[in-house]
Design a protein. Structure first.
Length: 505
């Protein structure tokens, strides 16, 4: 019998990778019919504990109980048998199938080899009606909004009688209206006795939804808070452990007022970006902080021309910026995307080909490519950015993550850009290469380039930025001077709380 209505109890969970502990006797307790949130910085261990509960990883030590009974979760089937389902940011639906077909995919009812369509439709309809979801069995998933698609994922879980649904950053790709729909869905699940483990970086959502919150740091529990205890001033110090100041103070800023990228009234994505205004100058590094889904990537993608804004103006030194990526590259823009492998380079092409690919307009203005020019261009970039191994013919997919990123940066910087946009430039890169990239970024800024740095690494923003603009709910919420910015400031502003040293926007 479950004690105190506890659905899931994990005690002393430990996990190591290559001898390095990532979970250190972690405890997690979720009640039946409770929305329990899980928060922590990147690397705190949230994903690892979730993967243990869902059978992706096996624990090294500890015990998991479901309704008071010990269970062993060795694979996804064990997790499903225990009544646990997970909904990731990337949904697992088949767009061309109906709601009914997606919910019962792999669980079809049949008799004498014939599918029992009527019985299946009735089953799905009863589920939809019981949870009062805004769906119909025959709707095609490809016609649904993101919030409705998440409802379908939830119904898939409920169709196999899941007692606990884990949601990992579920609002990252939702508009404000869609997020509200999801919150209403979660409230209905709670009222029906279904438990939800909610993982999010957004404190306003956690406060809105949670009955309780577990905070993790460095692979350990640091506290469990009840709803009335959840606030930025309580949670953020628990996540960080202490007030974290800048590691290095920079020298004077060589800000150039005559070199200016100006954005006014930018809007995109039906509220994803709302009336964004800012200026970025040559000679400074402008850091952009904010939580996942706050609009950072969409903003820089609009500036570069990948996305087309619904309204607003973008100018460089008083001249309108094109909405064409090709024209912007020719006009002096360089962009290092967040998805290095998917959008930053062509994996099977050589280092040389990747480095010269965006610059054939300079190498071959008449349309004829001289091989020696390609070789000279790539050789100069390989040497300047210390790409290893320094063999131009090697496919980029064979390089380490850090050297792949050097190729991505090198292909843009070889054109001597006026504006360099960096979206999560050091994600998944070791400390040594990070330091090299930091030197490259600062050198470019010192030479007068406009550098815009989007990063979820708050220590990185504090270290490099001459100013930090923090996004919240699709617009800039606060500007914090680089000489005084701390990780605590960035997290507070990203959560919608103004700081003492910042300027409200």
């Amino acid at each position: 019998m479950a004690e105190n209505n506890i659905l899931l109890k994990a005690e002393g969970i430990c996990k190591q990778f290559n001898g390095i502990p990532v979970l250190k006797e972690v405890d997690l307790e979720i009640k039946a019919g409770e929305v329990h949130s899980l928060m922590g910085e990147n690397g705190a261990g949230k994903s690892t504990i979730i993967k243990i509960l869902t059978g992706v990883y096996t624990k090294d030590a500890g015990q998991i109980y479901i309704e008071g009974e010990p269970v062993e979760i060795r694979n996804r089937q064990d997790s499903a048998k225990a009544g646990i389902s997970v909904i990731y940011q990337e949904l697992s639906l088949v767009p061309d199938l109906t709601v009914e077909e997606n919910i019962l995919l792999g669980k079809e009812e049949s008799k004498f080899g014939f599918t029992k369509n009527k019985s299946m439709r009735k089953r799905v309809k009863e589920l939809i009606e019981y949870y009062d979801f805004d769906l119909a069995p025959q709707m095609v998933v490809d016609t649904l909004g993101m919030a409705q698609r998440q409802m379908v994922e939830i119904l898939k879980a409920l169709s196999v009688r899941s007692k606990l649904i884990i949601m990992d950053e579920p609002t990252a790709s939702l508009s404000a209206a869609e997020s509200e729909k999801l919150f209403s869905t979660i409230d209905r699940l709670r009222s029906k006795g279904v438990s939800v483990l909610y993982i999010s970086h957004r404190l306003d959502e956690v406060y809105r939804l949670s009955d309780r919150l577990t905070v993790m740091r460095n692979g350990e529990n640091v506290g469990v808070l009840n709803k009335e205890e959840i606030s930025p001033k309580t949670v953020i110090p628990m996540m960080l452990g202490r007030e974290t100041n800048r590691a290095v103070k920079k020298g004077s800023i060589n800000k150039r007022e005559d070199i200016c990228l100006s954005v006014r009234g930018l809007a995109y994505g039906n509220g994803l970006l709302k009336d964004v205004n800012f200026d970025a100058y040559g000679g400074e590094i402008l850091g952009i902080g904010g939580l996942v889904g706050s609009g950072r990537t969409e903003l820089v993608s609009c500036i570069y021309g990948i996305l087309k804004p619904e309204k607003g103006t973008i100018t460089l030194n008083g001249e309108p910026v094109s909405r064409s990526v090709k024209k912007n590259i020719e006009g002096g823009f360089a962009f290092v995307p967040e998805d290095r492998r998917g959008a930053g380079f062509i994996p099977k092409l050589s280092i040389e080909k990747n480095l010269v690919l965006p610059s054939y307009d300079l190498l071959a203005p008449s349309g004829l490519v001289a091989k020696h020019k390609e070789v000279e261009w790539s050789k100069a970039a390989i040497e300047e950015y210390d790409i290893r191994p320094a063999i131009a013919s090697i496919p980029v997919q064979n390089l380490s993550g850090g050297n792949q990123q050097k190729v991505v940066i090198g292909r843009g910087l070889a054109r001597k850009p006026k504006v360099l946009i960096l979206d999560e430039p050091t994600a998944g890169i070791d400390v040594g290469v990070k330091s090299e990239l930091y030197d490259i970024i600062r050198k470019l800024s010192d030479e007068g380039t406009i550098v815009i740095l989007v990063s979820s690494d708050m220590a990185e923003l504090c270290l490099l930025s001459d100013r930090v603009l923090v996004m919240h709910d699709g617009r800039f919420f606060e500007e914090i001077p680089g000489e005084s910015v701390t990780q605590n400031d960035i997290l507070m502003a990203a959560s919608g709380v103004h700081t003492e040293g910042g300027r409200a926007l």
